[in-house]
Design a protein around this ligand. Structure first.
Ligand SMILES: NC(=O)c1ccc[n+]([C@@H]2O[C@H](COP(=O)([O-])OP(=O)(O)OC[C@H]3O[C@@H](n4cnc5c(N)ncnc54)[C@H](OP(=O)(O)O)[C@@H]3O)[C@@H](O)[C@H]2O)c1
Length: 316
């Protein structure tokens, strides 16, 4: 693939909550229909399904050349074909991001094929139920994929973003990173939050924006066993595209998840009583091995519980 990349100028966007750098060119203001990402190269980790695939589709539609990474070759190549057929540019690079060597090779391949790297979306993630009593091998994998991999990918990408004078990193965390539930999964998302804040401050003067997006329940293969209404992965994809052009520090989405997060911070005692991965979850899933329970279940349902409790308290 020849590089379709153009040079860009990182500018400061005074309309966001702080002078974070953005990729929007001064000469071409952002509008809903402007393909502002034309000429940019976006590396999307976890692009074989769910939020990552939806994000890759949207960034490609907005003009970016997308490099698609995940382990499963079939879905990656199918998505790359779909994007190319719609007139976009995509390159599938099957990669297991729990392997440092594979990460370095992925970034090197991106630069070799596309000539540059402007955007990194860290979306790969795995869960393991609600309890700390998770198999040791599973815990190591969760740490490797959910926390070490984003750190390593940022390390590998940053020299290229710096050399180009700016760029954008978007990490996908979870509301479980705001409310302690779901055992080590929650710990990895708390960790990703701290890491994102720290890296944002470290690279601020390099005009590199670093954003954390924390979704609640989203309809993807990760939540396949869950009943009830959930927004599709496109809502998160739209948030990713939005923060690339108008950087934010943290985005909790959909917005209503901010309510249980704030309640948890305001009333930690109530949260201790109702949030933990806890009895209700254990009772409901007592016959289900921890590794088979979607990781978001406890965080989200616990959030619903605490919201209901708060609503009851307010109406009394
Ligand atoms: N869905 C939700 O309700 C929800 C809520 C909050 C946060 N999140 C977060 O959003 C992110 C995306 O989740 P999703 O809902 O879209 O789930 P998903 O459809 O299961 O996507 C997970 C992605 O991660 C990739 N992945 C897993 N292990 C990998 C590895 N070792 N190397 C490379 N890629 C790997 C998977 O690809 P391969 O299997 O092909 O490797 C897949 O593309 C995750 O970080 C998740 O924690 C999801």
């Amino acid at each position: 693939m020849n590089s379709t990349a153009q040079t860009h100028t990182a500018t400061l966007d005074a309309t966001t909550d702080g002078p974070l750098p953005t990729l929007v060119k001064r000469s071409r203001p952002l509008t809903r229909n402007t393909p502002t990402l034309r000429g940019r190269v976006a590396l999307v980790i976890g692009a074989s399904s769910g939020i990552g695939a939806a994000t890759a589709r949207l960034l490609a539609r907005q003009g970016a050349t997308v490099v698609l990474a995940a382990r499963r070759e079939g879905p990656l190549h199918a998505l790359a074909r779909e994007i190319e057929q719609r007139g976009g540019h995509a390159l599938a690079v099957p990669t297991d991001v729990s392997d440092r060597t594979a990460i370095d090779a992925l970034v090197a391949r991106t630069i070799a094929a596309c000539g540059r790297l402007d955007i990194l979306v860290n979306d790969a993630g795995i869960g393991a139920g609600h309890s700390i009593m998770t198999a040791d091998a599973r815990m190591e994998r969760m740490l490797a994929v959910n926390l070490l991999a984003p750190a390593r990918l940022m390390q590998a990408a940053l020299p290229h973003l710096r050399r180009q004078g700016g760029g954008s990193i978007v990490n996908i965390g979870s509301i479980a990173g705001e409310m302690g539930t779901s055992g080590l999964y929650s710990a990895t998302t708390f960790g990703l939050r701290g890491l994102t804040d720290s890296v944002r401050r470290e690279v601020r003067s390099d005009r590199i924006a670093v954003t954390l997006i924390e979704p609640g329940y989203i309809r993807t293969p990760l939540t396949a066993g869950r009943r009830g209404r959930m927004p599709g992965p496109e809502v998160v994809a739209r948030a990713v595209a939005a923060v690339i052009t108008r950087p934010r520090r943290t985005v909790v989405m959909p917005w209503y998840w901010r309510i249980p997060i704030i309640l948890t911070q305001l009333f930690p005692g109530v949260a201790d009583r109702y949030l933990p991965s806890a009895r209700g979850e254990r009772v409901r899933h007592e016959d289900t091995p921890a590794a088979e329970v979607p990781a978001e279940t406890s965080a989200t349902e616990a959030a619903e519980t605490i919201t209901e409790q708060a609503e009851e308290a307010l109406t009394l």
